[in-house]
Design a protein around this ligand. Structure first.
Ligand code: EPZ
Length: 417
């Protein structure tokens, strides 16, 4: 397995372009299942998870053509309703095919995704939503089997605001008979982007981006074209990179309005963040101020930025508390950061970080996508050399991160494991 070797202590400076958002591209590519004819999506990032979803869609009979960041999909030849275990277990977002397959074919057989490093990540709320729309759901040999000769609009209340749950139910409801209301819906920009694509296809959706989304079912949808929104988490990761290296980075192509909680929090630590034409500029501070953070569903501080922020707090001038309220086990990066000299104490959903001790390079292991990003940030800030192994985790969500950071003056090299 490949590793990334990082020589720490180099200030990052220059301009970097943000790629399309993985978590927007995934549901948008899947939405092609709802149409017949060619959809064209641009600014699709070249990531492991994107390749996984494209092969899953191809297995279902979708024609998929990729040219650079443009992906074209035609689901006229949809000829299967099954998402196999070996694909779903490598990428849980594969469960997003449930909604469109139910809407288009009236049935779906999708492997239960199983847990992952950051938590059990059940999909009970997805399944309850489909049952509310009239689907019969059963579990056999690790597979979800869903049958729905016809879907009827319903009132659906999510006990917990779920991003892919909201997306899955939106994609089922757009072709259901009558009206569906999703309450306590997720408000993430990726949900709004999917709603825009569906609306362009002819769906009738109101309230995307708020906690109440109303959908009036239509007979059929038609293919469309769309440019995927920029990745707010990749942009946030580069903002933190400026902070941990006292750098000066211009981040092009990001959408500041998607990053307000992150920008606000990072400014509290002393990082200067300015809005510039086409993006943001972040200038790291000599002294980093310790600041508490609590992760929350959008528009709160994103859980996908928690590990990255913690690295900054390791370098800050005092004590800070990081509270992780979204996932039950998202402190796996802590033990790796401790190997680099971080002083962090975890107690339940809170991690107390005692800053000021600095970080020293060490061999560390990536465990999940965002934890691996935090280890790379730590390596940039550490004295000495850091070896991050199992970098396939990071390739799931960051397009050529070592190239982008090297272009900014970082000393990183990807080597075979
Ligand atoms: C999406 O995951 C993202 N993935 C995650 O990004 C992100 O961390 C997460 O939203 C939260 O923002 C994609 O969009 C592909 P949830 P998702 O359903 O939809 C519980 C990354 O690094 N829950 O919003 O799976 C769940 O356990 C990834 O890019 C239920 O209990 O997350 C969690 O505690 C990691 N039952 C909370 O809700 C359900 O049926 C939020 O999960 C569904 C969710």
């Amino acid at each position: 397995m490949e590793k990334i070797i990082i020589e720490g202590g180099h200030r990052l400076e220059g301009t970097v372009a943000v790629s399309g958002a993985k978590n927007a591209a995934l549901p948008i590519l899947v939405s092609a299942l709802l149409t017949e004819g060619w959809n064209t999506f641009d600014n699709v990032p070249d990531l492991r998870d994107i390749r996984t979803i494209k092969s899953l869609l191809a297995d279902l009979g979708v024609q998929v053509e990729t040219s650079g960041s443009v992906v074209k999909l035609d689901a006229s030849g949809l000829n299967s309703h099954e998402a196999p275990y070996d694909l779903v277990r490598t990428m849980r977002a594969s469960v997003l095919v449930l909604g469109p397959l139910l809407a288009r074919l009236g049935r779906a057989r999708v492997s239960l995704p199983g847990g992952c490093a950051i938590g059990a990540r059940p999909i009970d709320l997805h399944l309850k939503g489909f049952e509310a729309l009239g689907a019969k759901i059963s579990l056999n040999e690790g597979y979800i089997e869903a049958e729905a000769p016809s879907l009827k609009g319903a009132e659906i209340y999510f006990d917990i605001s779920t991003v892919t749950g909201t997306e899955n139910l939106m994609m089922a409801a757009v072709l259901a008979e009558g009206c569906t209301t999703l309450r306590n819906a997720a408000r993430e920009p990726e949900v709004v982007a999917l709603a825009e694509v569906l609306s362009q296809m002819g769906a009738r959706i109101e309230g995307a981006g708020t906690a109440v989304i109303k959908i009036t079912g239509v007979e059929a949808l038609k293919p469309t074209s769309f440019t995927v929104i920029p990745d707010r988490i990749e942009a946030g990761t580069f903002l933190v990179a400026a902070g941990v290296t006292q750098g000066d980075i211009k981040i092009e192509g990001c959408e500041p309005s998607h990053l307000q909680a992150v920008i606000n929090k990072l400014r509290q630590t002393g990082i200067t963040i300015e809005q510039e034409p086409g993006g943001l500029r972040a200038i790291g501070a000599e002294t980093i101020s310790s600041t508490d953070v609590k992760t929350l569903p959008y528009p709160g501080f994103p859980t996908d930025m928690q590990a990255q922020f913690m690295v900054l707090m390791c370098l800050a001038n005092g004590l800070s508390v990081t509270s992780e309220t979204v996932f039950e086990n998202r402190f796996i990066h802590v033990s790796e950061l401790q190997r680099m000299g971080a002083d962090i104490t975890v107690s339940g959903h809170a991690a107390v970080v005692k800053g000021g001790g600095g970080l020293t390079g060490a061999p560390v292991m990536a465990t999940d996508l965002r934890a691996s990003a935090s280890l790379i940030l730590a390596g940039l800030a550490a004295t000495g050399t850091t070896e991050v192994s199992r970098v396939y985790h990071i390739d799931r969500g960051y397009e050529a991160i070592e190239k982008k950071l090297t272009q900014l003056g970082g000393h990183l090299e990807r080597v075979p494991g």
